[in-house]
Design a protein around this ligand. Structure first.
Ligand SMILES: Cc1cc2nc3c(=O)[nH]c(=O)nc-3n(C[C@H](O)[C@H](O)[C@H](O)COP(=O)(O)OP(=O)(O)OC[C@H]3O[C@@H](n4cnc5c(N)ncnc54)[C@H](O)[C@@H]3O)c2cc1C
Length: 462
């Protein structure tokens, strides 16, 4: 923790940069937590929270912190699930919520430059109002910010067809140590001059710099979309159907699954009810022109038919939204069973999806726990959930051990320890374990080159 005299200077000097009204006490909610709090109770107290109005104020805050050796914790919407925005070791939280300007928007050229603090939902709305689609839609779109999505390289259901956030970023404005404002990429759609620094900052979880604005690309919005679900007796038939669909060349916008445990917990709330034999769900979103969607619908239903025990095709947008609400509601339904859950985010090659779904349950059982999973099936991205009592410390410890074992398993079959939530604080220290000393050493060298005093979100993404 920063000594008291330093704290007084910190408050005074930072107020001189961002204005006294925008320097908050370090224990102001919600800045001590992110969305991982509900699962693991992680909480931190900052020395101060600052809310800069523009990139130059961010630059001056970083310069001050760097000169005075005070840690800096960039914060977007706090919807992250890895503890990345939590000030676990004090320091100054730099909250980006006032930086919401759309610096430029060229609808005919499908591009915009947007400040980092604009919410994902507002970015999506901006495009939609001009007939454009910004595809990445990680779950908490009203809460998360575009800068946070860039910093975690967030994915979400549509990543199967459209890729993750980084695929939609053509340039970044970033404040780097010891307090410089740089631009990498821009409105241009291609750029191979030099190393891919844009790619380096995407997904860097606030450990290499603070993103202040983002050049994004959009695409013309598809004219039509359709949501449907098919159900199977188990993961074997469901995963076979998923592979058949992909093998047949159908490219759904979203290709999701929920395993037997999750379907069982969600069964009472499934719109219109579910047949008892329906125990594994495949959820699909198709999009394109009216003709494309009609053709994809036929191909999809054909590919998914073998082994299906129930099929639900949404008749209209309202029914499609209901289907998705059911899928999105699984997380709170599963939490409600015991009062808590430890969520894991891993990714495996698509042909190992069935294996990992089974292994989640097996590992949990070995630790005396129940578990279920759902996720972005097309990407092999599994969100495993170990059910624990909210105050059951023993079960929580067991879930932590089960999660590490699951990550080991994912890596052993060619997967990775995070598909989209990042390493943050909760998986700290695991890069070397899972990627080996050489790769971990390259990470450390990059960090040392960009943040020689280790002040940018220290301890995260290691
Ligand atoms: C209900 C729910 C569903 C979710 N579903 C998905 C999903 O489907 N797919 C998915 O990928 N994620 C999902 N998430 C996780 C989360 O929404 C994403 O990680 C999100 O993009 C984080 O954005 P944020 O603005 O909230 O960032 P924060 O939580 O504030 O920060 C996340 C990390 O980014 C850093 N950071 C934030 N802003 C900046 C910046 N401007 N410059 C530099 N670093 C910065 C922080 O230091 C931290 O390390 C979900 C979360 C919830 C609560």
């Amino acid at each position: 923790m920063t000594p008291a005299p330093m704290l007084a200077a910190l408050g005074r000097d930072l107020a001189g940069i961002v204005g006294a009204a925008h320097v908050l006490s370090g224990d102001t909610p919600p800045y001590g937590e992110d969305a991982s709090h509900d699962r693991v109770g992680l909480h931190g107290v900052a020395d101060a929270v600052v809310r800069p109005a523009d990139a130059d104020e961010v630059r001056r805050v970083v310069a001050w912190c760097y000169e005075h050796e005070v840690p800096i914790v960039p914060r977007g919407g706090g919807s992250g699930l890895a503890g990345g925005a939590v000030p676990v070791a004090g320091g100054v939280v730099v909250a980006m919520e006032r930086m919401t300007a759309v610096r430029s928007f060229d609808a005919p050229l499908w591009r915009a430059e947007i400040e980092a603090g604009l919410s994902t939902a507002d970015v999506i709305r901006l495009g939609r109002e001009s007939g454009l689609l910004f595809p990445p839609n990680p779950g908490a779109v009203e809460q998360s910010q575009i800068g946070g999505n860039v910093a975690t390289n967030a994915g979400g259901p549509r990543a199967f067809k459209y890729g993750v956030t980084g695929n939609w970023v053509t340039g970044l404005e970033v404040v780097v140590a010891p307090g410089e404002l740089i631009r990498v990429g821009g409105a241009r759609r291609k750029d191979v001059a030099g190393y891919d620094l844009r790619g380096l900052f995407v997904g860097s979880e606030g450990t290499l710099g603070i993103v202040t604005s983002v050049w994004l690309r959009f695409v013309p919005a598809p004219a039509a979309s359709l949501r449907l679900a098919t159900f199977y007796e188990g993961a074997a038939a469901g995963c076979a159907a998923i592979e058949r669909l992909v093998g047949n060349g159908v490219v759904p916008a979203a290709l999701e699954y929920a395993d037997e445990g999750a379907v069982e917990i969600g069964r009472p709330s499934f719109p219109g009810g579910l047949a008892p034999a329906a125990r594994f769900a495949v959820l699909i979103e198709l999009d394109g022109s009216q003709a494309d969607v009609a053709a994809q619908r036929a191909e999809t239903l054909e590919a998914l038919a073998d082994g299906a025990v129930a099929t639900v095709v949404a008749a209209d947008a309202r029914e499609g939204a209901e289907l998705w609400r059911w899928r999105d509601g699984l997380s709170s339904a599963v939490t409600a069973v015991r009062g808590g859950r430890l969520g894991e985010d891993i990714v495996v090659p698509l042909d190992r999806l069935e294996d990992v779904i089974a292994e989640v349950v097996r590992i949990a059982a070995r630790h005396g726990l129940d578990a279920c999973s759902w996720g972005h099936a097309g990407d092999g991205n599994v969100h495993a959930n170990f059910l624990v009592g909210a105050h059951d410390v023993q079960a929580q410890r067991a879930a932590g051990a089960a999660a590490v074992e699951l990550c080991d398993y994912a890596v052993s079959i060619g997967g990775s320890i995070s598909g989209e939530h990042g390493i943050g604080w909760l998986k700290r220290g695991r890069l070397e374990r899972h990627q080996g000393p050489v790769v971990a050493g390259i990470h450390a060298a990059i960090k040392a080159a960009l943040d020689p005093k280790n002040l940018l979100n220290p301890g995260k993404k290691t």
